[in-house]
Design a protein. Structure first.
Length: 503
C-alpha cells in the first residue's frame, strides 16, 4: 500500500471540487470559472507527480491502495496503476483542464453546474482507469454516465434530450451484461479482485459467455460497428466541451476495458473469437469511413471519423491474439498492442482538437454545416493553420500522432495476414478524402458569406487550448518513444497473459 494515497487524491479532488464549485459559484459565474480551473489544474499537477514517480521498467501495479469496502462480499476499495493507466490518466487531466479553459466565453447558462459536471466526470473517469476491484470499476464505469447525461441533456442542441437518453440507454444496457459476467466470476472464485480473476480457471464455455458479456459492454463504449449509432447523435447535440471529453476520453474506456478484462480474464475465448472483433474493426475502419464522406455536418463527420479511427484500437488489440496463439509471434503482438494504446492517446488529442475547432466556428457563426463556410483562412489565418494541422493528423500524415499508432497496427497486421493490413491501410485513403474535402470547403477558397467575412481570429484562451493540442499531436508524431516506453512493460505482461491458456 502506498504511504501517500495519490490515486485517491486524484479521484476525489475533482469530485469534491465539483460539488464545491456548485456552492462557491452560486450567482457568481466568473468566480466559479476560476475556482473550477484551479481544481482542474491541481488535478493535472498531481497526475504529473504520478508520472514522475512511476517506474516504467516494472510491469507490476504501482501506487497501490487496498482498503476494505463491503467486507461481506469481499469487495475492496482497491486502486493501482500501470503504464497504460497512467497514460490515459494524464490525457484525462490535461483534456479536462483544457475544456474548462476552452469554454471560458462559450457559456452563459448555469455556468457553475456546467463546470461541476466536468470536474465530477473527470474524477469518475480517473477512478475507472485506476480501479483494481471489478465492482469499484463497475461503480465508476456506470456513475460517469450521469454527468455526461446531464451535460448533453441541459447544454446540448435542439435534440439534446433524445441524444442524451439514447446515449444513456445504449451504454447502460450494454454494461448490464458485464455486471452479469462479474457476478458469475464472483460466484465461481469468491473474489472481485482483478488479480484473482486473472488467475481463475474457466472452461471454454464459461469463457465464451463472459467474453461476449464484456464485448457487449465495451463495444458500445468504443463504439464498434454495429452498436455505434448513439455516438453521432450524442456528438451533434452535445456542447463543445461534452464532445471533446466524449471523444478524447470516454471512448477510450471501451478499449481500456478490453485490455483490463476481456484479454486477461478470457484469453481462450478471445483467441477463438478474435476473428469476429477483427472483422467488425475492419468494417468500422472502411464502412464508417465511407459514411463520413457523405456528411454535411462537421461534427457528424468528425464523429464518424472517430469511430473509424477507434477501429484501429480494437484491431490492434485483437490481432495480438492471432499473432501470439496462431503465429507465435510475440514481438508483433506487442507491436499491435502498443499501436492500439498509442492510437488511443493520439486520437484523444486529435479528436479533442477537431471538435474544439468546430466549437470555435460554431460560437461565431452558429452553424456546423460545411456548406455555410468557405474562405475561413482569409479572416482567421492562425485558426486555419492549426485546423489544417489537426486535419492532416486526422488523415494520418507522417510526422503527426495520427500516423504512429495506425502505422504500428498496420505493421503488426501485415505480419499476420497482408490482406488485413491492406484493408486497414485503406482507411488512410478514406481519412484523407473526407478530411481534405471538409478542409477545402471550410478553410480555403473565396469567403463563403457575410458571416465568414466578419470573423475574428482566435482569442487568447482559444489559442492556449489549440496550441497545447498541437504540441501533443506533434510531440507524439515526432518522438513517440517516451509514450511507448511508459507502456512497454505493461504491454509485454499483457501479451504474456494472452499466451497462457485457462483451460
Amino acid at each position: 500500500m502506498s504511504a501517500w494515497p495519490l490515486l485517491s487524491l486524484l479521484i476525489w479532488l475533482p469530485i469534491i471540487g465539483g460539488f464545491a464549485t456548485l456552492w462557491f459559484g452560486r450567482g457568481r459565474s466568473e468566480q466559479a470559472r476560476w475556482f473550477a480551473l484551479l481544481v482542474a489544474a491541481a488535478t493535472f499537477v498531481l497526475s504529473i507527480g504520478l508520472y514522475t514517480g512511476f517506474d516504467a521498467g516494472s510491469a507490476s501495479m504501482q501506487f497501490v491502495e487496498h482498503r476494505a469496502w463491503i467486507s461481506s462480499y469481499d469487495i475492496w476499495y482497491s486502486l493501482g496503476v500501470d503504464g497504460i493507466s497512467i497514460a490515459l490518466m494524464l490525457l484525462t487531466t490535461l483534456v479536462t483542464a483544457l475544456v474548462l479553459v476552452g469554454s471560458w466565453t462559450a457559456l452563459d447558462k448555469k455556468v457553475p453546474q456546467y463546470l461541476a459536471s466536468f470536474l465530477i466526470l473527470e474524477g469518475l473517469m480517473l477512478g475507472v482507469f485506476s480501479a483494481r476491484d471489478a465492482i469499484v470499476f463497475y461503480a465508476f464505469f456506470e456513475a460517469m454516465l450521469i454527468p455526461m447525461f446531464i451535460i448533453i441533456g441541459i447544454w446540448g442542441g435542439p435534440r439534446r434530450v433524445y441524444a442524451a437518453v439514447k446515449f444513456f440507454l445504449y451504454t447502460f444496457l450494454g454494461s448490464i451484461f458485464m455486471l452479469a459476467g462479474l457476478i458469475y466470476l464472483y460466484i465461481k472464485g469468491g473474489s472481485f479482485q482483478l488479480d484473482d480473476l486473472y488467475a481463475l480457471k474457466l472452461t471454454a464455455n464459461e469463457q465464451m459467455w463472459i467474453f461476449f458479456g464484456f464485448l457487449t459492454a465495451f463495444a458500445v463504449k468504443v463504439p464498434m460497428f454495429p452498436v455505434h449509432t448513439w455516438l453521432p447523435d450524442a456528438h451533434v447535440e452535445a456542447p463543445t466541451g461534452g464532445s471533446v471529453v466524449l471523444a478524447a476520453i470516454m471512448l477510450k474506456i471501451g478499449g481500456y476495458g478490453f485490455v483490463r478484462f476481456s484479454l486477461p480474464i478470457t484469453p481462450d475465448a478471445g483467441q477463438e473469437w478474435a476473428w469476429l472483433v477483427i472483422a467488425l474493426s475492419l468494417i468500422a475502419v472502411i464502412y464508417i469511413g465511407l459514411v463520413a464522406l457523405a456528411q454535411a455536418d462537421m461534427k457528424k463527420l468528425i464523429a464518424y471519423s472517430s469511430i473509424a479511427h477507434m477501429g484501429f484500437v480494437t484491431l490492434g488489440t485483437f490481432i495480438a491474439f492471432a499473432l501470439v496463439r496462431e503465429a507465435g509471434n510475440t514481438d508483433a503482438a506487442e507491436l499491435g498492442l502498443q499501436g492500439a494504446m498509442v492510437q488511443m492517446i493520439s486520437h484523444g488529442f486529435i479528436s479533442a482538437a477537431m471538435f474544439y475547432c468546430v466549437g470555435v466556428l460554431y460560437e461565431r457563426v452558429h452553424s456546423r454545416m460545411i456548406g455555410d463556410y468557405g474562405g475561413v483562412v482569409n479572416t482567421m489565418p492562425w485558426f486555419a493553420t492549426l485546423f489544417v494541422l489537426f486535419a492532416m493528423a486526422n488523415a494520418g500524415l507522417p510526422g503527426t500522432s495520427g500516423f504512429v499508432g495506425e502505422f504500428m497496427v498496420i505493421l503488426a497486421s501485415f505480419q499476420y495476414h497482408p490482406l488485413i493490413a491492406f484493408a486497414a491501410a485503406f482507411t488512410l485513403i478514406l481519412g484523407a478524402a473526407y478530411t481534405l474535402w471538409m478542409v477545402k470547403r471550410v478553410i480555403f477558397g473565396e469567403v463563403g458569406n457575410a458571416h465568414v467575412a466578419e470573423l475574428k481570429d482566435i482569442r487568447p484562451h482559444e489559442t492556449i487550448v489549440l496550441v497545447v493540442y498541437a504540441l501533443g499531436v506533434m510531440a507524439i508524431g515526432i518522438w513517440p518513444k517516451p509514450l511507448i516506453d511508459l507502456m512497454d512493460s505493461s504491454v509485454a505482461q499483457l501479451v504474456a497473459q494472452l499466451a497462457l491458456s485457462k483451460l
